[in-house]
Design a protein around this ligand. Sequence first.
Ligand SMILES: Nc1ncnc2c1ncn2[C@@H]1O[C@H](COP(=O)(O)OP(=O)(O)OP(=O)(O)O)[C@@H](O)[C@H]1O
Length: 337
Amino acid sequence: MTDVIVAEGLRKEFTVRVRAGRLRREKRRVAAVDGVDLRVARGEMLGYIGPNGAGKSTTLKMLTGVLMPSAGEVRVCGLRPVAERTRLALRIGVVFGQRSQLWWDLPLRDSFALLRHVYRVPADAHAARLRRCRSLLDLDAFLDVPVRQLSLGQRMRGELTAALLHGPEVLFLDEPTIGLDVVSRQAVRGFLAELGRAGDTTLVLTTHDLADIERLCARLVVVDHGRVVHDGSIAELHRRYGSRRLLVADLETAPARPPALPGAPLERVEADGHRLVYALESAGVADVVAALAGLGALRDVSIVEPDIEDVVARLYRREDQGCSITSTAKVPGASAS
Ligand SMILES: Nc1ncnc2c1ncn2[C@@H]1O[C@H](COP(=O)(O)OP(=O)(O)OP(=O)(O)O)[C@@H](O)[C@H]1O
């Protein structure tokens, strides 16, 4: 498979003013992105996550040619994003929540027609893509409404359509579901999942909503302080950070003392001792259930899969506490200039 995105040692520094004494402020260079290596294969769906200020948007801006890297190499579709920005624009689609590519005073339908001319898309290809978006994103009810009158969810569905009408190879999405109501969020997620299944569009998505990632992305890159701290599947993330499945057993009679089970440490006891929660480390479900059945009647047994929110929160905390070999020092009192 060819890589449509290749970044090596990607770095972006900004000048910020930091307090140096009671009244004095001095300029200092800080790295918002600090040596990111990234390869994304054609058709991949990549989730790019990290805490606030981790460098996600800055990275996306360098990949899309909005910002010039301070150092490192980057190619998207084989092109240098800043130097070949116009050519790149024909091959990528970009949805940045805070910026719009729609004409504010025009109905959505007219923006789509204008974009066909901007990108010089053949009429039949444009019509086919628009038809697909209209049906998958349920656009028809508001196609004739001026963009400024659309709700956030409606506008986001319009933005997605606008980003796809020229048939981009790579779609960059910065927080595509932020602030959307349940219906719009589902429409956007369903649409992106469909796009992923079709397999011809590479998708890079930043989000704080981990349900987006679970639903859409086979691969997850976690960044913090401008560096990649995890690159792999969600299952690998759980393995690496010690997430455990839990076995929850409800018993007719509370045992005097919950049994210690090899390979399944007791996590907690609930419901006045009637509910025992064990972490499944090396023990199998059958062994634990067999051991608990020996205690008396088992009313119910359930398995709780590890929660990605928990593991990511733990990962961010570790980075904050400087546990990771990759975390960098923050500049105290820094403010952007
Ligand atoms: N133009 C700028 N000038 C100075 N500093 C900047 C500039 N743009 C971003 N930064 C800083 O770079 C760091 C990374 O910012 P970035 O917006 O990439 O983070 P992010 O991961 O997208 O955060 P969020 O999740 O809050 O959107 C932050 O500390 C931010 O303050």
